[in-house]
Design a protein. Structure first.
Length: 66
């Protein structure tokens, strides 16, 4: 994934892949490639959410003076 990729864009791409798979829009040759792309997008989104959660917790700690 490119470092410039935003969470919302990655999530939208992931949703598009899922929708197309559900509608059988990929050829058998495309499925493996799209599954790999989906895996990378899932990891990117998960990592972004984890990082954001840690940042929010840190801000809460700082705001509460603990």
């Amino acid at each position: 994934m490119k470092e410039e990729l935003k969470y919302e864009a990655a999530f939208a791409q992931l949703q598009d892949i899922v929708r197309k798979m559900e509608n059988d829009e990929y050829s058998i040759d495309e499925i493996a490639v799209q599954l790999q792309t989906a895996q990378r997008l899932i990891k990117f989104c998960k990592d972004k959410l984890t990082k954001t959660e840690a940042e929010i917790r840190q801000l809460e700690v700082e705001a509460n003076g603990k």
